[in-house]
Design a protein around this ligand. Structure first.
Ligand SMILES: NC(=O)c1ccc[n+]([C@@H]2O[C@H](COP(=O)([O-])OP(=O)(O)OC[C@H]3O[C@@H](n4cnc5c(N)ncnc54)[C@H](OP(=O)(O)O)[C@@H]3O)[C@@H](O)[C@H]2O)c1
Length: 425
């Protein structure tokens, strides 16, 4: 434990575990126990933080500790404090500074899960490039991160529109021109709930273009940088539990027919792509993984005609994990010191055997399996929150994907077709 004297000020951001450990502070680069004069004072500090975390997860208001809490003679947490608590998943905080000198790109990192993935990587010491469709919010996010983490090096890439392959090429060329190895690529950006079917000028379904072809093209174009380092780079693509409840029989139809290239099929396609990438590139050069962030109350639901409005919106607000928590699975997939090449990372109920490897009485993708999925999505966060101290439930680990994601013939066909669609031969 590093001892730090000094005072916390109003406006500091703290990450505090349920047991009172300060995991991260925006001003002080240290982790350690919150020191209090007496154990009862510390107990009440922790209880108020736990209560506020719960309230905040329902109301989405920033956490505020209003009363004054002394930390013995060493420090002081007082006044109106904004405290960010990350009880549920603390693995990523265990390697503070482990990414010093590493370079990472995170797509869709101006908001949502990607924003916190970027922050987690910055906290670990990585140089991070935010690659987003909206450059202005990305600039603001970069400014915030540079201000919050002394010594941070966060910058914004040219505009990245995953549906536009020329924009994908521009971003990749911009990075390749730097001639530095790329250590981590997090393909996080994605979209769901499009109001109407649409196609790119090349006739690719819009959903497949954003969620599959764009990330595929970006990863492939960045391969020279991803394989240039001395140690294995990491490609993390954010998938979803939804890949378990779909099929992808015909890659051509998947890319060009709106009804076959929906969100679920796209998430299955990125897993097929990731496994194929790992088969083509040795794991000592590049480790490709996918992950399931869980059920997260982010902006992705805002455009849904069902989930974007009350009463479903209230249900999601109450049951789904805060965005910060959702970022922990991709973060761990990016920094796991012993990654599983081609693996699919999940945690909590999303890693439970009934969902990941259903027993024979539950056919994969059937209605019964989907009901298990619905149960997991509603109860994963409350369950993890209640059992935050139980390592098994909070730990992110590689679990089985849907069996179809291991279809090598399908993966190779999809790879080739996507290569010609993205002009990558
Ligand atoms: N939320 C969940 O419960 C959940 C569950 C499973 C998987 N996921 C996956 O997690 C990832 C992050 O989602 P999120 O929940 O954080 O949603 P979000 O808040 O909507 O963030 C998605 C990000 O992707 C960006 N994006 C959308 N279309 C893009 C395009 N054409 N080109 C470049 N960037 C684009 C968005 O930019 P704009 O906002 O400017 O459009 C935004 O920055 C997605 O891949 C999603 O599929 C989420």
């Amino acid at each position: 434990m590093t001892k730090k004297t000094g005072f916390f000020k109003e406006g500091d951001n703290l990450k505090v575990s349920a047991t009172g450990k300060i995991l991260h502070s925006s001003r002080f680069k240290f982790r350690g126990e919150l020191q209090t004069r007496s154990s009862s004072e510390r107990f009440w500090w922790n209880m108020s933080a736990v209560a506020l975390q719960w309230t905040s997860s329902i109301s989405r208001r920033p956490l505020q500790v209003k009363s004054q809490h002394k930390t013995g003679s060493k420090g002081f947490v007082g006044g109106r404090k904004y405290v960010r608590c990350a009880f549920s998943e603390l693995q990523c905080s265990t390697r503070n500074g482990a990414l010093a000198g590493k370079v990472a790109i995170v797509t869709g990192s101006d908001r949502g899960i990607g924003r916190f993935v970027a922050e987690g990587l910055v906290a670990e010491g990585a140089t991070v490039k935010l690659s987003c469709i909206d450059v202005e919010p990305a600039r603001l996010a970069a400014e915030e991160l540079n201000a919050a983490y002394p010594g941070a090096n966060v910058e914004v890439t040219p505009r990245l529109d995953l549906a536009d392959l020329s924009s994908v090429k521009e971003v990749a060329d911009w990075f390749l021109a730097e001639e530095t190895p790329l250590d981590i690529l997090v393909n996080n950006a994605g979209a769901n709930f499009f109001p109407n079917p649409w196609y790119t000028s090349a006739g690719i379904g819009g959903c497949a273009a954003v969620n599959f072809l764009g990330p595929y093209a970006l990863t492939r174009r960045l391969l020279p940088a991803l394989t240039a380092g001395e140690s294995a780079s990491r490609v993390v693509t954010v998938a979803s539990v939804m890949h378990r409840f779909t099929r992808l029989d015909n890659p051509e139809r998947f890319l060009r027919d709106w009804s076959a290239g929906g969100y679920r099929a796209c998430k299955l396609a990125v897993i097929l792509f990731t496994k194929e990438l790992q088969r083509r590139i040795r794991a000592d050069k590049l480790v490709a993984v996918t992950c399931d962030p869980g059920a997260v109350f982010s902006g992705i639901w805002a455009t849904s005609p069902v989930f974007g409005k009350p009463p479903m919106l209230w249900l999601l607000k109450a049951c789904y994990a805060p965005i910060e928590d959702g970022a922990q699975a991709p973060l761990w997939a990016a920094i796991d010191p012993e990654p599983v090449p081609g693996g699919y990372y999940a945690r909590g109920l999303f890693a439970c055997p009934w969902l990941a490897s259903p027993p024979s009485m539950i056919r994969a993708g059937s209605w019964a399996h989907q009901l298990v999925g619905l149960f997991c999505s509603l109860f994963d966060w409350p369950f993890r929150w209640i059992l935050f101290g139980w390592k098994w439930i909070k730990q992110c680990r590689a679990v089985a994907t849907a069996p179809v994601a291991d279809d090598q013939k399908l993966a190779a066909a999809l790879w080739d077709l996507a290569a010609s669609a993205a002009d990558l031969h």
